[in-house]
Ligand binder design. Structure first.
Ligand code: THU
Length: 158
């Protein structure tokens, strides 16, 4: 028996470390939190996706009184991108969140399992890595791919 150690490469960046386009994407994700519909959790999440056609789309969490019917910000943005620009491929996604006091979270939040699986599909479609920026109030985590968030992903049948 041998061990298999899986490590995830994460860059911890301040706003100054970000490129201008990443800073813009972070800002768009933050702005998207103000369009969240989250009367049940009071936790507002925003996502912004940069596409290879030059467009950027955003999404926010949309909740429902029947709780499981609600959708996370990441999937709202991903499906909006897919439905609006079916031929465009994802380049980078930035995710931001505000806590129940309305402040941007100190430590970045990461997408739930369902969103990781959904985003992985678009990374597979793209045929290249889709960068992920998890934004905190002052620190951002930059991951090189969606796959790095979901190392043992279910992709397809053999
Ligand atoms: N949520 C997201 O939109 N994205 C995440 O990455 C984590 C959780 C939403 C779902 C729900 O509307 C609220 O945040 C609280 O879980």
């Amino acid at each position: 028996m041998k061990d298999l150690d899986i490590t995830i490469p994460v860059k911890v960046a301040s706003a100054d470390d970000l490129s201008a386009s990443d800073r813009r994407l972070v800002e768009l994700a933050r702005e998207a939190t103000y369009r969240s519909y989250s009367p049940y959790s009071h936790f507002a999440v925003g996502a912004a996706i940069e596409l290879d056609n030059g467009q950027t789309v955003t999404g926010s969490n949309q909740e429902n009184v029947a709780y499981p019917s609600g959708t996370c910000a990441e999937r709202t943005a991903a499906y909006y991108a897919g439905a609006t620009y079916p031929d465009a491929r994802f380049k980078t996604i930035a995710i931001a969140a505000r806590d129940t006091d309305g402040n941007f979270v100190k430590a970045p939040i990461a997408p739930c399992g369902a969103c990781r699986q959904a985003l992985l599909e678009y990374e597979t479609l793209a045929g290249h890595n889709v960068r992920v920026i998890l934004t905190g109030a002052t620190e951002h985590y930059i991951l090189p791919s969606v796959k790095s968030l979901l190392p043992f992903a279910f992709t397809e049948f053999d």
